[in-house]
Write a protein that binds this ligand. Structure first.
Ligand SMILES: [Zn+2]
Length: 383
């Protein structure tokens, strides 16, 4: 997630009615009629742990929750038994409430045993916010994929710097007005406010690698699109998957373009990833997601996520029968009104769909004299 944008909109994002701090995440029922995103899923652990509590969801795997200050009220984190201590997966935001949640968990269900490793699935603030705090406190190493670690360090380093002119150009092109661009400038660099400084060294996780944690062997499976090199961990012996934000039940993760890479095609990455994951995980897999409840039904869920974007792309193509700016296509993709607090994420997600169509040769864009981009269907795509 672009820091300048995501965390930069920080508190405003948190007040929004979308479902992730780090994303324009729409519940499936709001995306297109009859999508049936929940169908085919079962939830074997319907009651989530309260703050300072833990639920054992698989041998050696504890499910904990930390509060988030937004409408998506929580992030799930997991503690894996690791010899005489724990390996933690994801950390929550750097807020007093999340720190209090950790204190209660560490002295409560985690039994005062040490944290031996901290793994972050990806670099979004709700996942990485307290990694630095936990690693420092327990002198524990941080394990991440390389792209996620480097991006996070970059975003933390942006905190306190002025907004880049490239960002203003990017949002002007998308159709933002002067006030909205002004607000982007003011809010830029908020990432470091909700993320503790990261350890200055880390251990790299790579696709296919197998991590020994306690009695279990966890295979690293990389996803792309929601974030650049998202780590999932799969214990193949009993089909337990720490899915992060790559496969969420009920809501779909944000897939967005940010000013640092205006021509990116994260939706292409996302769809390619989801299709690949369908070939990896069997239907019996217990998915332990970062938001929502653990579920079984990974194939149905991956199908629904793919279908949701395909439906959105079709509606977007109909909208592009007339020239549109990125800000003109929200109603094709989002069922709810986009207020200014959600504007960055909604713009990013719209551009992800537009860039995807452009890469497929189905849409094209032209910049006018005012620096505004107008998107249309390519002639061959018109019906
Ligand atoms: Zn995320």
């Amino acid at each position: 997630m672009d820091p300048g944008d995501v965390a930069g909109h920080g508190s405003k994002v948190f007040k929004g009615d979308f479902h992730l701090a780090d994303g324009v995440v729409l519940p499936d029922e709001h995306k297109g009629k009859g999508e049936g995103g929940h169908r085919g899923l079962t939830y074997p652990f319907p009651t989530p742990p309260g703050v300072g509590e833990a639920v054992t969801v698989a041998p050696g795997v504890l499910w904990l929750r930390l509060p988030l200050p937004m409408s998506l009220s929580h992030i799930n984190v997991y503690a894996l038994e690791d010899g005489d201590g724990w390996t933690l997966v994801d950390t929550g935001l750097n807020t007093p409430a999340a720190i209090a949640g950790w204190e209660a968990a560490l002295s409560g269900p985690l039994g005062g045993r040490p944290v031996k490793r901290v793994i972050c699935t990806h670099m979004h603030p709700d996942h990485i916010g307290l990694a630095g705090w936990l690693c420092e406190r327990f002198d524990a190493p941080l394990l991440m994929s390389r792209l996620e670690y480097v991006m996070a360090r970059m975003l933390v380093a942006d905190t306190g710097l002025p907004a880049p002119e490239d960002g203003a150009v990017f949002y002007r092109a998308a159709g933002w007005n002067a006030d909205q661009i002004d607000r982007y400038r003011k809010n830029f660099g908020g990432f470091g406010k909700v993320v503790r400084p990261l350890p200055t060294a880390f251990i790299r996780l790579v696709e296919g690698e197998v991590l020994s944690i306690g009695d279990g062997d966890w295979r690293v499976v990389i996803g792309e699109g929601h974030s650049p090199e998202h780590v999932c961990l799969w214990r193949e012996s009993d089909d337990v998957l720490l899915g992060g934000d790559q496969i969420l039940p009920r809501i779909s993760s944000i897939v967005a373009v940010w000013p640092t890479e205006p021509a990116a095609d994260p939706l292409g990455d996302w769809l390619t990833s989801l299709k690949r994951l369908k070939t990896v995980f069997p239907e019996t897999t217990l998915v332990l997601p970062s938001h929502g409840e653990p579920f079984i039904g990974v194939q149905a869920r991956l199908d629904a996520l793919i279908r949701g974007h395909e439906t959105g792309l079709k509606r977007l193509e109909r909208t592009l029968s007339k020239p549109c700016r990125a800000v003109d296509v929200f109603s094709a993709l989002f069922a709810r009104a986009i207020d200014d607090g959600l504007l960055g994420m909604a713009t990013g997600e719209s551009l992800a769909h537009l860039n995807y169509l452009a890469r497929q040769g189905r849409a094209r864009v032209a910049r006018d004299a005012d620096g505004v981009d107008w998107w249309t269907l390519t002639p061959s795509s018109e019906t």
